[in-house]
Write a protein that binds this ligand. Structure first.
Ligand SMILES: [Zn+2]
Length: 229
């Protein structure tokens, strides 16, 4: 199912890019290819142990990352959101319910994004300007909602499929190593039921450092603002 959604999301993205001349300006999936910088991004939190492990590791390694959190999980795990923000990571928007918005109305998408911004702002004091759609699905209604909220969409160009229960840690690591280039936005997840992403990171961080990549947050990689003024 997730593979179908992934394929659908890619088709949707290209449909939008192909048919809407100026639509691409607000959809980012990578940064400057001339500079040896990459951004680690983590979707689907906040969700206890897996996120805590990743935050501990990033702290130890002095790496700042970008987290796309789900609103209905934010209200249940406020301390983790506060911790991620206080430790210098970006706290960004991944919808309120993590639904498939393929057929959703603009109003539905708008309220999901707005509610998530609101619960994040209650904790951090800032309102995210960057939105990552669940499953990467972008429709005209998603675009309109994001645009009316004065936000931008951030996708990715590296996906080791750490969310896929059939993938081993070695497979996740190997795909990420192959796909990563200068300016890459790397998609990873914090998972409630397993630690694949954390275990993969233990191998990937030394690999990326050995290749000379610098870890930066999305606002630096893409040269855009992460939060609304
Ligand atoms: Zn997600």
């Amino acid at each position: 199912m997730k593979r179908i959604l992934k394929l659908l999301s890619i088709i949707c993205v290209y449909f939008v890019i192909f048919f809407k001349g100026n639509a691409t300006e607000k959809i980012y999936s990578s940064g400057d290819k001339k500079i040896k910088k990459i951004a680690l991004t983590f979707d689907d939190g906040p969700n206890t142990s897996s996120l805590s492990n990743i935050l501990d590791l990033l702290k130890k390694e002095k790496i700042k990352a970008s987290f796309f959190f789900v609103g209905n999980r934010v209200v249940l795990n406020k301390e983790e959101v506060k911790r991620a923000f206080d430790e210098g990571h970006l706290v960004l928007n991944h919808s309120y319910s993590h639904s498939n918005f393929g057929t959703a109305t603009k109003d539905k998408v708008f309220s999901e994004i707005e509610n998530t911004n609101s619960v994040i702002k209650d904790i951090t004091g800032v309102s995210p300007k960057l939105y990552r759609p669940p499953y990467g699905i972008i429709t005209e209604n998603v675009k309109k909602a994001v645009s009316e909220l004065g936000m931008n969409i951030v996708l990715w160009n590296v996906d080791g499929e750490d969310w896929n229960k059939k993938r081993t840690i070695e497979q996740v690591v190997s795909t990420q190593e192959k796909e990563t280039k200068n300016g890459s936005v790397i998609l990873m997840h914090t998972q409630p039921d397993k630690n694949t992403s954390y275990e993969a990171l233990l191998k990937l961080i030394p690999y990326y450092r050995d290749k000379g990549y610098e870890f930066v947050k999305l606002d630096e990689l893409l040269d855009i603002e992460a939060y609304k003024n």
